[in-house]
Design a protein around this ligand. Sequence first.
Ligand SMILES: [Zn+2]
Ligand SMILES: [Zn+2]
Length: 352
Amino acid sequence: MAPNVTDANGVLFESDAATPDFALATPPVEKADNYPRIYVWRNIIAFTYLHLAALYGGYLFLFSAKWQTDIFAYVLYVMSGLGITAGAHRLWAHKSYKAKWPLRLILVAFNTLAFQDSAIDWSRDHRMHHKYSETDADPHNATRGFFFSHIGWLLVRKHPELKKKGKGLDLSDLYADPILRFQKKYYLILMPLACFVLPTIIPVYFWGETWKNSFFVATMFRYTFILNVTWLVNSAAHKWGHKPYDRNIKPSENLSVSLFALGEGFHNYHHTFPWDYKTAELGNNRLNFTTNFINFFAKIGWAYDLKTVSEEIIQNRVKRTGDGTHHLWGWGDKDHAPEEKKAAIRINPKDD
Ligand SMILES: [Zn+2]
Ligand SMILES: [Zn+2]
C-alpha cells in the first residue's frame, strides 16, 4: 500500500512497482475499440492554419528573417522544450525530482511559452498515458495508429474510457503547488502573452525585424515545430526503435526523436522506469539535454531528490524482459558469459 496520499497517484513511483526488479508491471497491449470519431472542427481548423503558417514561417526562417530572429526562435524552442521535458514531464507528471520555487517559476514560464495546456492538465493526460498505456484510457493511444497518437487525438473528442478511469487519478500533489495553481487560473492571459504576443513583439522592437517575419518565424514556426517534436515522442517513439528493457510494450528507444526532444526519445526505458529523472540510462547524456539541465540546477541546489535506477535493477530487467538489443549484451561486455564467448563462431578473427 502506498505510504501517503501523494504516493497514491498509482502511476509513477517506486512504491507502485510489483515486479522483482522494482520496475512497473508490464501492461498488456490492447487493441482500441471502434469508438466512433467525433471531430472537433475548431481544433481541426486551428491546427490546419497553424501548420500552413508554420510552413510559410519555415520558408521565411531560411530565406528572409534576420539571423537574430532565427537564433531567437531557436532559443525559444529550447526554452519551451525544457518547459515540457524538465517541467511538465519529469518534474510534475512523474515527480522524478524536486525543485525549489525559483526553478519551478522558471519552468512554469517556459511551460507557458510552450502552450500545451497548463502543467496540471498536461500532467493529468500524461499520467493517464503511463497508467493506461495503449488502451482506450490512454489519451494518445498508439494502437490507434501513427496519426492518432501524433495529432489525431487532439482533433476528436476524448474516448469515454478516459473520463471514466481519469476520475480515479490523484492530482492533489499538483494542486498543492501555488505556482501551478496560478498558471492554471490565469492561463488564458499568461499563455497568449508568452507564446504569441511577446515572441512577436521582441524581434520587431529590439532588432528591427519585420512584423511578418517575426510572427511567422519566431511565433508560428517555432511553436508548431516544438509541438510536432513533442508529438513525435507519442507517435514515432511508440513505433520505431529497439526495446532493450521491455519487449512487450510499444515504446521504443528512438535516437532521432531524442535529438530533437532534448533527450525524451529513450522511450522504452522511460515507460519501464518512469520515475527516473534522466528518462534514460546513464551514459546517454550527450543526447539528453534535459538531464544536463537538471544536473546543472542540482549542482546549485535548486533541483534535489533526483531519483534514478541502479545498474543492477536495469540489468535484471534487461535480462527478464528485454528484446536482446541492450548494449550490455554486446561482445566482450563484462556480463558476457565466458562459455558463450568460447562457443561462439568467429568468422575470420584477427589476432587480438
Ligand atoms: Zn509514451
Ligand atoms: Zn512520461
